[in-house]
Write a protein that binds this ligand. Structure first.
Ligand code: CMP
Length: 143
């Protein structure tokens, strides 16, 4: 079964949106297989966002994601990587459709509430970066 890495960013945590975000993925039928609150270190932020190292907004990105605690999650389900991206909406909240997480709650480019892996390769990389195997569960729903 496919897995993805999702993270409620510091703006989402401080605006009490963790429950809202978790609820949307639960109601959609996806399975939460791991989660934790953490303060992202500068080193972890730079590795996580490594692909954006040359972008002009890299400094802003690292400083925002390290500015307060985040809520990191691993979700499991059929086609969950692409489905989660749809549910999140476009990166820029001002372009994200109403009904999506960023469309409903996002403020601006860096304060866009949530991060989600954009491909199977980045999902694998990001899950391994944030979680040990022992922090993830695997189970069948029986009720
Ligand atoms: P995220 O999905 O976490 O992945 C990279 C992040 O970079 C993205 O969300 C945005 O928050 C941020 N980002 C992308 N483009 C810009 C931009 N032009 N200016 C500032 N931040 C950006």
């Amino acid at each position: 079964m496919e897995r993805t890495f999702l993270m409620v960013k510091p703006d989402g945590v401080q605006r009490n949106l963790i429950g809202e975000v978790v609820s949307r993925f639960e109601r959609k039928g996806f399975t939460l297989v791991g989660s934790k609150m953490l303060a992202v270190s500068k080193g972890l932020a730079e590795t996580h966002y490594g692909e954006h190292k040359e972008k002009p907004f890299f400094g802003e990105l690292v400083s925002f994601i390290t500015s307060g605690p985040v809520f990191a999650m691993v979700w499991e389900g059929e086609n969950v990587i692409a489905e989660a991206r749809k549910m999140m909406g476009k990166t820029n909240p001002q372009e994200a459709a109403p009904g999506t997480i960023r469309g409903d709650f996002g403020v601006q480019m860096s304060m866009n509430v949530i991060h989600g892996s954009d491909s199977p390769d980045s999902a694998k990389r990001e899950i391994e970066l944030f979680f040990n195997e022992s922090e993830l569960v695997s189970y069948e729903k029986t009720i």
